[in-house]
Design a binder for this molecule. Structure first.
Ligand code: G6P
Length: 612
């Protein structure tokens, strides 16, 4: 949700900033801009559209500078126009901003009264003018920033430069992610460390409320004017592999990385067919006490939570609620003693999930309730990981494609591991069942690999979707959330309207939509619900609907007129939703490619939604 990159160095950093923006483009891609300090002035270029447009403009203008900030935007306040693109400039100050300044209207009125002219419709421009105003008192740049930050309400990360301070880059973190990349004789900032991997693998993670001053030689971090220490962490090489390799899109690469990613997730928890002694060891006391689970998440992560509900309740008899974070945070839910609150988030920065977590913690503390919190996340350094009592990393490696694939299946894998652990601690899961599921989990990467080999058949089917405008996905039990996820994948990257339904609900509404032109995707593992699902398939066929069935190879379901079947390798019932994620991902991918959409960066979306 907007990406920031900035740096201060001896060499020109123009290309570093542009490369950084390209790596941040998953955060927003409606416009981009850069401001460099050179010859005592701010040199700025901004362009609507993708970073390549900015790159051409910068190459043509040949702007160079060793201090600068850059931004890729996902519009919140004001349309994606050049005037609204960041950096915003006020006199000698340039600012990039990620997040939302909630009280900007009020601040803007005050600044207009003081004679400031606004050239954009954004909330961000107020920051630049506020700094210019604060500098009038004679305060140096850092102090001026420290003075104005308390006036801003909302969640934000800022990068700031001034043409009279050619060796100073100022960074502010207050509710939106920002990391410092530590170099040798040069230092950088970014919304995501991924952007800085070409220049460093050493990072300092800012905390909420931090204001940092970066020069070529030093980094100083202040909290309310007091110098504080923030440790520098070194990343290992596995985290830094972010190239597309030989794949046409990140999404395709990430789909194919799933067997390995799941293997990684498993390795931290399993020792043969048993759980490792050290797996979530620090959480055992809390797990012993909890009496129910509340999962909070958004988007694809929410679908992972929906599946975990079946597992928690059926496997280990533990009540589990799942709710979309944007609803949970505003409806003042009752906070129940002895509840484990689980945040599921690929990024660990999603604004609604984070706000729901913080609000829950605050309300539980006010009532002296014993709750525990746990994050399932792909980013070890994220806010959610830092702010929950416990965490379980998915270890999927960076996911760049906006449509989540390997992050989802590793979340499911991690959730199953968590179910096993809690069941073991609370003695509600027989050792034999634990060992059986552990054995199935070890086998899972191979089953996924076999499912990936169905790619050619799925590509063949995808051609039949290209001209369609609508599509239904149906499943029962843990395949119901996969139906929702399949519909989400298809709509977000191919722009075909798609809906996921519990197959049992078919006759309560969606059947009215079924006609010759409505493809219906069915998820049919061989489980207790298979016969009921077959009846639902007949209901669709009787109305002329065309069926696309991902069916267990032993389900007995065969291709026939207007019924296309792709046989999916057999898998235990518990793990079926993980395996059936693969065909729906591949289907959406191929349909999107055939329709010519931007698969990795679908219109209007962003990977990390750090604003409301
Ligand atoms: C955005 C992304 C989705 C993701 C959702 C939640 O909508 O496009 O892929 O599922 O945010 O993100 P999180 O990082 O919290 O899992």
């Amino acid at each position: 949700m907007c990406g920031i990159v900035g740096g201060v160095a001896e060499r020109s950093i123009t290309n570093i900033l542009i490369e950084g923006l390209k790596r941040l483009e998953y955060r927003g891609y409606d416009s981009a801009g850069v401001a460099l300090v050179g010859q005592g002035q701010i040199l700025r270029e901004r362009r609507v559209g993708k970073v390549v447009n900015l790159e051409s403009a910068v190459t043509e203008a040949q702007i160079l500078g060793s201090l600068g900030i850059a931004h890729t935007r996902w519009a919140t306040h004001g349309k994606p126009t050049e005037n609204n693109a960041h950096p915003h400039v006020s006199d000698q100050v340039a600012v990039v901003h990620n997040g939302i300044i909630e009280n900007y209207q009020e601040l803007k009125q005050d600044l207009i009264a003081l004679g400031y002219h606004f050239s954009s419709e954004t909330d961000s421009e107020v920051v630049a003018h506020l700094i210019t105003e604060a500098l009038k008192s004679g305060a140096p740049l850092l102090q001026a920033v420290e003075q104005i930050v308390p006036k801003l309400k909302g969640a934000f990360a800022l990068g700031i430069v001034h043409s009279d301070y050619p060796d100073e880059l100022i960074a502010v973190r207050e509710g939106s992610p920002l990391v410092i990349g530590v170099g040798i004789g040069e230092n950088f900032i970014s919304s995501d460390q991924l952007a800085l991997l070409p220049v460093t693998n050493r990072f300092m993670y800012l905390e909420e409320g931090d204001i940092a001053l970066l020069t070529r030689e030093k980094i100083e971090v202040f909290v309310q004017g007091q110098l504080v220490e923030r440790p520098v962490k070194e990343l290992d090489a596995t985290v830094t592999n972010t190239s597309k390799g030989n794949y046409k899109h990140y999404m395709l690469k990430e789909i194919h990385e799933q067997p390995e990613a799941i293997q990684q997730t498993l390795s931290q928890a399993l020792n043969g067919n048993a759980l490792r002694e050290d797996f979530l060891k620090d959480a055992v006391i809390d797990f012993n006490q909890i009496q129910q689970i509340q999962i909070i998440a958004c988007g694809t992560s929410y679908h992972a939570g929906m599946i975990a509900k079946y597992w928690f309740e059926q496997l280990i008899d533990l009540p589990c609620q799942v709710e979309i974070a944007s609803e949970f945070r505003y409806r003042s839910p009752v906070i129940v003693d002895r509840t484990l609150y689980i945040c599921i988030s690929q990024s660990g920065e999603t604004a609604d999930t984070l706000a729901a977590l913080r609000d829950t913690q605050k309300r539980a503390a006010a009532k002296h309730l014993m709750i525990s919190t746990l994050t399932i996340c792909n980013v070890a350094t994220s806010s959610m990981v830092r702010e929950t009592n416990h965490h379980l990393l998915t270890l999927a490696g960076p996911e760049i494609g906006v449509a989540s694939t390997k992050a989802f299946t590793t979340q499911l894998t991690a959730l199953m591991l968590l179910v096993l652990k809690i069941g073991q601690v609370k003695q509600t899961l027989a050792d034999s069942v634990l060992a059986e599921i552990a054995a199935d989990l070890w086998h899972l990467p191979k089953v996924i690999l076999a499912a990936l080999q169905k790619d050619a058949s799925i590509l063949g089917l995808s051609e039949l979707f290209v001209e369609k405008n609508h599509c239904l996905f149906l499943g029962r039990g843990t395949e119901f959330p996969i139906a929702l996820e399949g519909a989400l994948k298809l709509k977000e990257i191919s722009y075909i309207h798609a809906e996921g339904y519990a197959a049992g609900e078919l006759k309560h509404g969606p059947l009215a939509l079924v006609d010759n032109d409505m493809p219906v995707v069915i998820l049919a593992p061989k489980d207790d619900m298979l016969d009921k699902l077959k009846s639902n398939m007949e209901e669709v066929q009787a109305r002329g609907g065309e069926l696309f069935v991902f069916a267990d190879e032993n389900s007995g379901i065969q291709s026939q007129d207007r019924q296309h079947v792709v046989k999916i390798p057999s898998v235990s019932n518990w793990l079926a939703p993980i395996v059936y994620s693969i065909p729906v991902q591949l289907l959406s991918y191929h349909v999107a490619v055939l329709r010519g959409t931007d698969v990795d960066q679908p219109r209007n979306l962003a990977k990390s939604v750090t604003v409301e």
